[in-house]
Design a protein around this ligand. Structure first.
Ligand code: DSN
Length: 430
């Protein structure tokens, strides 16, 4: 980090502080993770210097002898890992990937049917404030009020009534296994395309602990930085028959030049995700989430759907006399980072909802296991039960830092910085 330090000490210092923060806190935001040093090296590489609008062998710029090889290799890795017929690795992130699918397959005003955002869906599955709910007609399915789960008969009835042109299966806050086969059948029954947005669970799918949508979906989108543990980016996979439409929608339909440094880093992540060690990782993510869920249940926390099948837990704090925002902020002061989140049928507003969302991908990447999950549940309970007791929260923060020191975070080496380790509590801006 010599060059960064001498050219821009302010950014260097923020990077150092963020590195310490990521090292010394328990990161439970389920969409976050730690990517490897190798992924970071590819992401921070000189591939960023090159423009390459177009696709391998069909570019609008010369000088593509290595970039063409790079993109071809990464697409091949994606197809091999997921069993897809075609992959496009150019989308800048998950939202543009989903937009590209709609641009490719829908006309303005067609209907997108997706899981309602407050029930665990995503903005780009047809929510009002998103372009996807403005340029297209949004049809929203929900989870069942009692079970907290998707009711596939209700989804089928809604699809038959509304006749959407595309049905989206995918979520940001749904703790249960998605039945992609059922979604595929419903889409076929009503003549809709089926898009599976697997952003949250891509790593679980390639790790063999969540069923794959590939046999059932026309198109699959995913981000690459969540359970897949790659750089911030996205991919679209589809049947060969849709390849040309999808590719034309990404470029020139929506985007200009691909971010080749990101393509390279996605390639590294896909290689890492194809190893037996990654399958072990995915299995452990699910085990850790289950243990954390059980420990929270034992402490009187209400979990949406009663538990989890995947990497994610949605806690409804209505019985705890704290809001999601109060809880998330107090936990952050204790060094436990999560996000406040609406729960299905939440009477509160999204900016101060009733829930918090927790996930196990990042802590599992650090090698934490069931005994650490038990400890984390105990700290969460302690903080939420003593939300106004700053001394108690500071005590937990100290214990959290002590535990974090025993678990190195992939990709973060303080030796990369010239400065000695800052005395964290004073320098980390919590
Ligand atoms: N913002 C992501 C999440 O936190 O789930 C989804 O895109």
């Amino acid at each position: 980090m010599h060059a960064l330090k001498s050219v821009d000490p302010e950014i260097y210092n923020l990077l150092l502080q963020e590195s310490c923060y990521q090292l010394e806190s328990i990161r439970l935001i389920p969409s976050e993770n730690y990517c490897s040093k190798a992924v970071l090296e590819a992401s921070g590489s000189i591939f960023t210097n090159k423009y390459s609008e177009g696709y391998p062998g069909r570019r609008y710029y010369e000088g593509q002898r290595y970039i063409d090889q790079l993109e071809t290799l990464v697409c091949q890795r994606a197809c091999a890992l997921f069993g897809a017929e075609h992959a496009n690795v150019q989308p800048y992130s998950g939202s543009p990937a989903n937009l590209a699918v709609y641009l490719a397959l829908l006309k303005p005003g067609d209907a997108i049917m997706g899981l309602s955002l407050p029930h665990g869906g995503h903005l780009t599955h047809g929510w009002d404030v998103s372009v996807t709910g403005r340029f297209w007609r949004a049809v929203r399915y929900t989870v069942d009020r009692e079970s907290g789960r998707i009711d596939y008969d209700a989804v089928r009835d809604l699809a038959k009534k509304e006749k959407p042109q595309i049905i989206v299966a995918g979520a940001t806050a749904y703790p249960r296994t998605l039945d992609f086969k059922a979604f595929g059948e419903i889409a076929r029954e009503v003549g809709a395309y089926f898009l599976a947005d697997i952003a949250h669970i891509a790593g679980l799918i390639v790790g063999g602990v969540h069923p794959s949508p590939i046999p059932y979906a026309d198109v699959v989108t995913t981000t690459t930085h969540k359970t897949l543990r790659g750089p911030r980016g996205a991919m679209i996979m589809c049947r060969a028959a849709l390849a040309e439409q999808i590719d034309r929608a990404v470029f020139p339909g929506l985007q200009g030049g691909p971010h080749n440094h990101t393509t390279a880093a996605i390639g590294v992540a896909l290689k890492e995700a194809s190893t037996p060690a990654f399958r072990d990782y995915a299995r452990q993510v699910v085990i850790n989430a289950k243990v954390l869920a059980e420990e929270l249940l034992a402490r009187g926390f209400n979990l949406v759907s009663g538990g989890t099948d995947n990497h994610l837990i949605l806690v409804d704090l209505s019985n705890k006399s704290v809001t999601g925002k109060q809880a998330a902020k107090a936990l952050d002061r204790a060094g436990i980072v999560c996000n406040y989140n609406t729960v299905p049928y939440d009477p509160r507003k999204p900016f101060n909802p009733s829930g918090i969302r927790l996930g196990s991908p990042a802590v599992t990447s650090r090698g934490m296991g069931p005994s650490e999950m038990r400890q984390i549940a105990s700290w969460i309970d302690e903080v939420i039960s003593h939300i106004d007791d700053e001394a108690r929260i500071a005590k937990v923060a100290h214990e959290v830092r002590e535990m974090c020191r025993q678990f190195p975070a992939p990709g973060i080496l303080l030796e990369d910085f010239e400065d000695s380790r800052p005395s964290t509590q004073s320098q980390i801006n919590r």
